[in-house]
Design a protein around this ligand. Structure first.
Ligand SMILES: Nc1nc2c(ncn2[C@@H]2O[C@H](COP(=O)(O)OP(=O)(O)O)[C@@H](O)[C@H]2O)c(=O)[nH]1
Ligand SMILES: [Mg+2]
Length: 212
């Protein structure tokens, strides 16, 4: 058992949205969490906030097609933001097929949501990035959305294998820097992710591709 990070000052479920008219009002910046089903989205949200049951909605049918909002403030001195758990995707070429296959809700959200600051793209470290991940990154770049790619479940590989996987993902996705390598069992990787989020949120304007 690792020594956990301090739990977030605030971490609470706000709303599950089935359409854009339900998106919460207000100016809070948002960080969206994207990735295939089972890549570790909910688990990472729990680890980030130090609330072990926060995001686990398995066994709640329907939730998998909604945008799940959590209000988060990691520490007293940190900015408040909304963390948005996106439905697991199965998308293809952008933007038309993305719209059709991943659903109008997510594409409308990424395209239009003013306060969206950062899209976290999660990929299981044991899987090579696929076209769908390239498509999402390409589409976010077109929409001038900042992105951060995260390889999850790093504890499943040795340190040497993790390094190779990160290099391969960086190349496959044409990333300007290596992806963040995370595991809920590696405390320092979660601390690093917290730091990256706080840095992204400390900029005044939505991150542009050139800034990410
Ligand atoms: N070993 C390990 N398993 C993980 C990690 N993160 C997630 N998992 C497991 O991966 C599975 C899917 O995780 P979940 O968060 O439900 O994925 P989601 O569908 O993207 O929300 C669960 O069985 C988790 O326990 C990790 O860092 N290490
Ligand atoms: Mg989930």
């Amino acid at each position: 058992m690792i020594d956990p990070l301090p739990p977030a000052t605030t971490a609470q479920f706000i709303i599950a949205c089935s359409n854009t008219s339900q998106l919460p009002e207000g100016e809070l910046p948002e960080v969206a969490v994207a990735g295939r089903s089972n890549c570790g989205k909910s688990t990472l949200i729990n680890a980030l906030t130090g609330r072990h049951r926060l995001a686990h909605s398995s066994g709640t049918p329907g939730r998998t097609r909604q945008l799940i909002y959590f209000a988060v403030k990691l520490a007293a001195r940190d900015p408040a933001f909304n963390l948005v758990d996106l439905p697991g995707y199965g998308w293809a070429r952008v933007p038309q097929r993305l719209r059709a296959q991943w659903g109008g809700l997510v594409s409308a959200y990424i395209e239009q949501r003013q306060q969206l600051r950062l899209v976290l793209l999660l990929i299981d470290i044991r899987r090579a990035p696929a076209q769908e991940e390239r498509d999402l990154l390409e589409w976010c770049a077109l929409r001038q959305r900042g992105t951060l790619t995260i390889l999850t479940k790093a504890d499943k590989l040795s340190k040497a294998q993790r390094f190779v996987a990160a290099k391969q993902a960086q190349r496959a996705l044409a990333l300007s820097r290596p992806p963040l390598v995370c595991s809920i069992n590696l405390r320092e990787s979660i601390a690093e992710l917290r730091g990256a989020l706080m840095q992204a949120l400390s900029t005044d304007a939505p991150a542009s591709p050139s800034a990410s």
